[in-house]
Design a protein around this ligand. Sequence first.
Ligand SMILES: NC(=O)c1ccc[n+]([C@@H]2O[C@H](COP(=O)([O-])OP(=O)(O)OC[C@H]3O[C@@H](n4cnc5c(N)ncnc54)[C@H](OP(=O)(O)O)[C@@H]3O)[C@@H](O)[C@H]2O)c1
Length: 276
Amino acid sequence: MGQQTIIKLVDENHMPQLGLGVWKASNEQVVGAIHTALEVGYRSIDTAASYHNEEGVGKALKESAIPREEIFITTKLWNDRHLDASTALQESLDRLQLDYVDLYLIQWPVPEQDHYVDAWRQLIELKEAGLTRSIGVCNFHIEHLQKIMLETGVVPTINQIELHPLMQQRQLHSWNATHHITTESWSPLSRGGKGVFNSPLVERLAMKYSKTPAQIVIRWHLECGMIVIPKSVTPSRIKENFDVFDFRLEKEDLTAMAELDIGKRIGPNPDDYNQL
Ligand SMILES: NC(=O)c1ccc[n+]([C@@H]2O[C@H](COP(=O)([O-])OP(=O)(O)OC[C@H]3O[C@@H](n4cnc5c(N)ncnc54)[C@H](OP(=O)(O)O)[C@@H]3O)[C@@H](O)[C@H]2O)c1
C-alpha cells in the first residue's frame, strides 16, 4: 500500500487527505470502527456534536496507543449553538476527553437565523485560545463565505460540502480553491454508492484498475484535490476504502467522471436548511 497524502491548509496546519466519517455510527460502533481504522493507517476522524458519538470517539482515542498529536480530530458546532460556540466546543472536548481538537467547523450557515458571522468570530477566538488548531465551515455557499471573510478578514481553512460523482460542485470547489479554502467532500460515496457504483463508467474503471467501485470514487476525490471522509463501520470496507494509495487514475478517466454529474443532492440545500 502506498503512502497516504497530507494536505497543507491555508493556516499552515496539515491534515490527512483521507479520513473516517462517523455520522450515524453509534457510540458502540464507533469504538470498533476507529480501532480498525487506526490499525489500517487512518489518522483523521470526522465527528460532530450532532452525531451523538463523541463519547465513543473519545473512548477509542483513549484506548489507542497512538499519540494524540498523530491523530487529526474534527468536530462541529450545531445550528442552535451559533451564539454559544465556546461552551459548545468545551462540551465536545469533555465528551471527547481531549484538550483540543484539530479542526472545529460550523456545520451549517442557517441563513434564516443569520448568526453564522457571530459563530465565526467565536471560532476565531477559540483558535487563538488553543482549543482548536484550525477552524472552518461546512455547507457554506459563496455568499456565506464572502460574508464571514469580509466581516472578519479570516479565511476558513476548510469548506466541507456535499460532493460526490452525482453532485460534483465544480463551481464552489473552484471558488474555494481560488480563495485558498480546501474543499472537503461529505457523502463522498453518495452514501453507499447508489447510482454510482453500478454506473457503466465506474464499473469499467474498477475492471481497468483492478479496484472496487468505492476505491475508484475515493481515488477520484483525492486526485481532484478534495479531502475525503468515507464513513463505514464495517471492518472490510474501512480497509478497502483506505487501500487507494497504490494507483492513479489516468487523465482521460478523471475527465470522463464529469459525465456522472447530474447535480443530484442527497442532503438538504444549505440555502434553505434552517433546522435547529
Ligand atoms: N458536514 C455535514 O453537514 C455532513 C453531512 C453528512 C456527512 N458528513 C460527514 O461525511 C461522512 C461521510 O458521509 P456519509 O456518511 O453521509 O456517506 P458516505 O461516506 O458517502 O457513505 C456511507 C455509506 O456507505 C457505506 N459504505 C462505506 N464504504 C463502502 C464500500 N467500500 N462499499 C460499499 N458501501 C460502503 C457505509 O456502510 P457501512 O457503514 O454499513 O459499512 C454507509 O452506509 C459522514 O460520516 C460525516 O462524517 C458531514
